[in-house]
Ligand binder design. Structure first.
Ligand SMILES: [Zn+2]
Length: 277
């Protein structure tokens, strides 16, 4: 097992059409993973999915997926709540067809409700989603993501607790989001260590060996995340973060969502590789 690097969606330099061309380009560029972006809806046909699965299997490549933005597991209206759950199920089904491992999404909003109440709502809905998928024989890990705004459910502590309470649930740690939602914290070697230590304490050492991570530059303010930035134009201490991941012997996938996609994914990969020399 290794720590793999890759882009969120097809690299910008992809010339062919379709998601499989993007995966082929990632492999050509020497990356070890890619996140399939279904952020505006889950749209992939069976043929493309089968092609991606074959490409991944033949090239020791891992695909993950990002579900639609229109998900709020804390929605009050029943229709919205069920549509949200369905979008996660659809993402996991698509990812399974692509032979992928872990599916992430932004779980929902507090809607000015008591955070403990929101936690219970989201926990029950996550249980239903996982149960439905496992009943179908779907084995994809469902990994809610740490979110970038303080109005969004998804602090590190909430997600660790959720993964403890719901069998079959993982977590996706977006370090840019952690940094933005706290308006600048989570940006020193000690703070990165605290993150990894709390994951290890909460979910066990095994979780550090199959991580689903996002690292990108980010612009933020008091209300959290504004937009992604190239790493070198951001204040994220990504070198210290990579060092800490190495120190903890973290394994899994690191997805880069910077606007420069493959340029920054390659920068992360190269910097990490050079740490060992
Ligand atoms: Zn995300």
């Amino acid at each position: 097992m290794t720590l793999r690097f890759g882009t969120a969606g097809s690299p910008l330099s992809t010339t062919g059409k379709g998601r499989n061309a993007g995966v082929a380009r990632s492999i050509e560029l020497g990356f070890g993973c890619q996140e399939l972006e279904f952020v505006h809806g889950v749209n992939i046909n069976d043929e493309d999915a089968a092609n991606i699965k074959a490409l991944a299997n033949n090239n020791d490549f891992i695909v993950t997926a990002h579900g639609p933005y229109y998900i709020n597991l804390n929605a009050i209206e029943s229709a919205k709540k069920h549509a949200s759950m369905h979008r996660i199920v659809q993402t996991a089904r698509a990812l399974e067809k692509c032979g992928g491992t872990s599916c992430t999404f932004h779980p929902g909003f507090y809607m000015k409700m008591d955070h403990e109440h929101v936690y219970r709502n989201i926990k029950e809905r996550m249980k239903e989603v996982v149960r439905k998928l496992r009943d179908e024989g779907n084995t994809v890990t469902i990994s809610p993501e740490t979110t970038g705004k303080p109005t969004q459910f998804g602090s590190l502590q909430e997600l660790i607790r959720l993964a403890q309470d719901v069998e079959g649930l993982g977590i996706c740690v977006d370090f840019a989001h952690l940094h933005a939602r706290s308006n600048g914290k989570y940006n020193t070697a000690n703070e990165f260590r605290e993150v990894l230590e709390s994951i290890e304490a909460g979910l066990g050492k095994k979780h550090l060996k199959s991580m689903h991570l996002h690292i990108s530059g980010i612009n933020y303010g008091e209300k959290g995340e504004k937009n992604h930035l190239p790493l070198r134009e951001s204040d994220l201490a990504w070198q210290a973060l990579l060092k800490t991941l190495k120190e903890f012997k973290a394994r899994g996938t690191i997805i880069c969502e910077s606007p420069t996609l493959e340029k920054d994914a390659a920068l992360l990969q190269q910097t990490y590789d050079e740490l060992g020399k």
